[in-house]
Design a protein around this ligand. Structure first.
Ligand code: UDP
Ligand code: MG
Length: 372
């Protein structure tokens, strides 16, 4: 049985250093122009810093100051890929000289995946597994993994060998710069043409709707500080939007270019239906991140708009009626009535939503960064 390479308290704490660096950024911007410059720089840094391709790094520069890394691997029927992946992860993290744990989340596999991961976990105590009784989906697998991690930094990877464990040190390095979530960007994707095109479109719309300027929301390879995995809730099929959920909670998001490989064994678990589901989920995400705490801003606005337009339409018709014109053959009347009724409905839904928010207000939902 292999032991962790470094005792847990040997490695210096990283997060406080980074926090100081981040606080330093804020404190030094005392006058307006330097504030503007640093603000601009930080925004640029937040979103665009990662356009350059990553350079291969020597093993000494692969060291990380995180005390322990957790790797979460969601898997559904990936029996052939698991062993090569586990070996590669061991190799990369041995070179990085970091203590780690790997959490396999078997998402109700029906092949031999569970047996394979059990064998690995028996031989190497750094590997653990959680197995679902049935297939709940990748989001559920990630969420349960997140709830069980103990490392300071968390890496997620697909278990089909398409993501490359050699990128882990670069992701950690980016995280150490002070970001809370670093997403991989599969700049050169090895997927079917139709998938590449639709994914581009999907990323474009998501970027537009959320304002988060990263290129590849749905990359399986990502690195997070533990604070992020502790607080985001990934359910349904929201795994595509983890950067959006994190950004909404005030965490900084960045990306780096990562290598991507063609699928070697098995086949993809997501068919073409992913894109339709993806867009419905986008609406869920945008609503739940922007309006969940203020539903009246959404429904109230729509309701008021619809009501006022309906009122204008019917006011006009009433004027005609007073002037002696008959209303018997005026389809506009129905439009006006419909708009007024829909307006009232929206408004009522907004009010109900506000009541729900009011009753479920909970201070625990606010994530506190620091306390004096
Ligand atoms: N996966 C999972 N549960 C599912 C579907 C997929 O845990 O219901 C895992 C899968 O085993 C793989 C990762 O999620 O490790 C990504 O899936 P896949 O490779 O099929 O997606 P693609 O690369 O085609 O986007
Ligand atoms: Mg894949």
């Amino acid at each position: 049985m292999e032991e962790n390479l470094i005792p847990e308290n040997d490695t210096p704490r990283e997060s406080s250093a980074n926090q100081n660096a981040r606080q330093g950024d804020e404190n030094t911007s005392s006058n307006k122009s330097s504030y503007r410059k640093s603000h601009y720089y930080n925004r640029r840094r937040k979103f665009y810093n990662n356009r350059q391709t990553q350079q291969p790094q020597s093993s000494s520069s692969n060291r990380t100051s995180f005390k322990k890394i957790s790797i979460v691997l969601p898997l559904y029927n990936e029996e052939e890929s698991i062993n090569p992946l586990a070996n590669e992860i061991r190799k990369v993290l041995r070179a990085a000289e970091v203590s780690f744990e790997v959490i396999f989340v078997d998402d109700g596999s029906t092949d031999k995946s569970l047996k394979v991961i059990k064998d690995i976990c028996r031989q190497d105590r750094r590997f653990k597994y959680i197995s679902f009784r049935k297939n709940y989906g990748k989001s559920a697998a990630l969420q349960i993994g997140f709830k069980n991690v103990t490392g300071e930094a968390v890496i997620t990877m697909d278990a089909d060998l398409q993501d490359d464990p050699n990128e882990i040190p670069s992701l950690l390095k980016k995280l150490e710069e002070g970001f809370d979530l670093v997403s991989g960007w599969k700049k050169k994707r090895h997927d079917p043409f139709i998938k590449k095109i639709s994914s581009r479109f999907f990323n474009f719309v998501t970027r537009l709707m959320t304002g988060i300027k990263i290129h590849d929301f749905n990359c399986g390879l990502k690195a997070y500080r533990k604070e992020v995995t502790d607080s985001v809730k990934v359910y349904g099929e929201l795994h595509r939007y983890v950067p959006v959920l994190a950004d909404w909670e005030g965490f900084s998001v960045s990306e780096i270019v990562v290598k991507h490989h063609p699928r070697r064994y098995g086949k993809t678990k997501f068919g073409i239906s992913r894109f339709f589901k993806g867009f419905v989920d986008l609406i869920t995400v945008v609503f739940s991140t922007r309006y969940i705490k203020r539903p009246m801003h959404f429904f109230g606005f729509l309701g008021a708009f619809s009501f006022i337009v309906g009122l204008i339409v019917n006011g006009y018709l009433t004027y005609d009626w007073i002037m002696g014109k008959a209303l018997s053959n005026r389809p506009m009347l129905f439009l006006g009535m419909l708009l007024i009724i829909v307006g009232v409905q929206f408004f009522s839904v907004g009010l109900l939503g506000e009541m729900l928010v009011h009753n479920s207000m909970d201070d625990k939902e606010y994530i506190i960064k620091d306390k004096g």
